[in-house]
Design a protein around this ligand. Structure first.
Ligand code: 5GP
Ligand code: ZN
Length: 116
């Protein structure tokens, strides 16, 4: 997709602090980290959200999850982490290119959700 922020980051057109790359996935540090470890792992190909995926996307979806532990360990969160995929309006997704947040650090991330 030509006008997508995270496509441009994956293609190197917009700079990012790279954490990992393979044939399917690009990962980089979040520009506004919410925890000491805050990495975004994205499919290299444009997928707008988890709500746009099909069975054909299973290889990249699997890869996103299977590299998360390595990324957390290598980036300051060796004792666990939280993986989050915000999806659509209800999920609070701001950037319309599927991304896995990997958050952690040396202290617990905190409660899963705040009661509303
Ligand atoms: P969302 O709310 O869509 O799940 O998360 C989007 C995330 O992307 C946010 O945590 C935000 O800080 C991050 N982000 C937005 N723009 C940029 C950018 O240009 N570079 C980087 N590295 N992160 C970004
Ligand atoms: Zn994109």
């Amino acid at each position: 997709m030509t006008d997508c922020l995270f496509c441009k980051i994956a293609q190197g057109e917009i700079p990012s602090r790279k954490a990992y790359e393979d044939d399917l996935v690009y990962a980089f540090h979040d520009i506004h980290p919410l925890r000491p470890t805050h990495i975004l792992a994205i499919p290299k190909k444009h997928i707008a959200s988890l709500a746009e995926t099909t069975a054909a996307d299973e290889p990249v979806l699997g890869r996103l999850l299977s590299v998360a532990w390595q990324l957390a360990t290598e980036n300051g969160s060796p004792d666990g982490f939280r993986a989050i995929i915000n999806t659509g309006r209800i999920g609070g997704q701001e950037v319309p290119h599927l991304h896995l947040h990997i958050v952690g650090g040396e202290t617990p991330v905190g409660p899963m959700l705040c009661k509303i």
